[in-house]
Design a protein around this ligand. Structure first.
Ligand code: ZN
Length: 78
């Protein structure tokens, strides 16, 4: 029996796209499996060993400055 031979070469962008679909699925799966812990600062659920998405704290220290709703407003319509 002959081994399977592809009819056409897959373009680099097509291969990359397919890889990212696979990687995204794998990442999502991992995220769902990761144990959730309660943030010590804001008591929100967060993924273990990661920065809290709600307050930007990690190990009781402010690692990332989170934008407050007021910071996102850059232009005031008159
Ligand atoms: Zn938090």
């Amino acid at each position: 029996m002959k081994h399977p031979v592809t009819k056409q070469k897959k373009s680099a962008s097509r291969a990359k796209k397919q890889y990212f679909v696979f990687a995204d699925g794998a990442r999502k799966k991992l995220r769902n499996m990761a144990p959730l812990v309660i943030c010590s600062n804001c008591k929100e659920k967060k993924i273990n060993h990661t920065i809290c998405k709600n307050c930007g704290f990690y190990a009781d220290k402010a690692v990332k400055k989170m934008a407050s709703p007021l910071d996102t407003v850059t232009k005031i319509k008159a």
